[in-house]
Design a protein around this ligand. Structure first.
Ligand SMILES: Cc1ncc(COP(=O)(O)O)c(C=O)c1O
Length: 213
């Protein structure tokens, strides 16, 4: 690699990471051992959610999230056209239909206004859910989406894969960390090596069921 090459991603693996892996390799459990529970607890505490469930990657996390929310074949879900394919593919995996609302011209995030227009152009019950994405780490202000979702009886899965540690300030002047579940049903994170925390592959689903609504 020349000094001018910008890498797609580069993980930082320090000696204590290597020591932790060796310790785990020499311990009793290689899967579902105490380290997984410890990671889930610490991650939930950091994000400020009640629960966190580790999965093999965020693609699976998104897939399981829509299944857990009851998405059935042919049901429609709205997401943003500017994202990684998994934000939309999870709907297809469950046999659902993906509909794209437009992005906001300033933030490039899913536009609340465009999402509202799309929902209101169809009969009630036409859509089942919304998947906003905190793209490139820029948090979606979910408060308006949560209000919209409540009005139309929709669920929200926040794709927070790019945004552990990101936050927005809500109308009560409270800091809301991405994926904390206060304004969404489930928040999904990725630990792929190009993300903030690298596990080789890994993902996490967090929730506390829209506690602010
Ligand atoms: C926005 C977004 N959602 C979901 C994923 C899927 O993550 P994973 O690679 O952990 O399956 C990615 C990965 O690039 C992503 O960028």
């Amino acid at each position: 690699m020349t000094k001018h090459t910008i890498p797609y991603g580069r993980q930082a693996i320090l000696q204590d990471d290597i020591d932790a892996v060796i310790e785990t390799l020499q311990a009793d459990f290689l899967t579902q051992g105490p380290k997984v529970a410890e990671f889930e607890e610490k991650f939930a505490a950091y994000i400020g959610s009640k629960y966190a469930v580790a999965v093999n990657n965020a693609t699976s996390g998104l897939h399981i999230a829509v299944l857990a929310l009851g998405l059935q074949e042919g049901e429609r879900v709205i997401t943003t056209p500017i994202t990684f394919a998994a934000s939309a593919n999870c709907v297809r995996y469950a046999g659902g239909e993906v509909w794209f609302a437009d992005i906001d011209k300033d933030t490039y995030l899913l536009s609340l206004e465009s999402t509202r227009k799309l929902i209101e152009s169809k009969p009630k019950g036409f859509f089942k859910g919304i998947i906003p994405v905190d793209f490139a780490g820029l948090p979606v202000n979910l408060e308006g989406f949560a209000k919209l979702a409540k009005e139309h009886d929709l669920w929200i899965v926040e794709d927070a894969c790019h945004a552990p540690g990101g936050y927005f300030i809500d109308s009560k002047n409270k800091k809301q960390k991405c994926g904390n579940g206060n304004y969404a049903d489930i928040g999904i994170f990725s630990f792929h090596p190009v993300k903030h925390i690298a596990c080789g592959e890994g993902g996490m689903g967090n929730n506390q069921f829209r506690s602010y609504l």
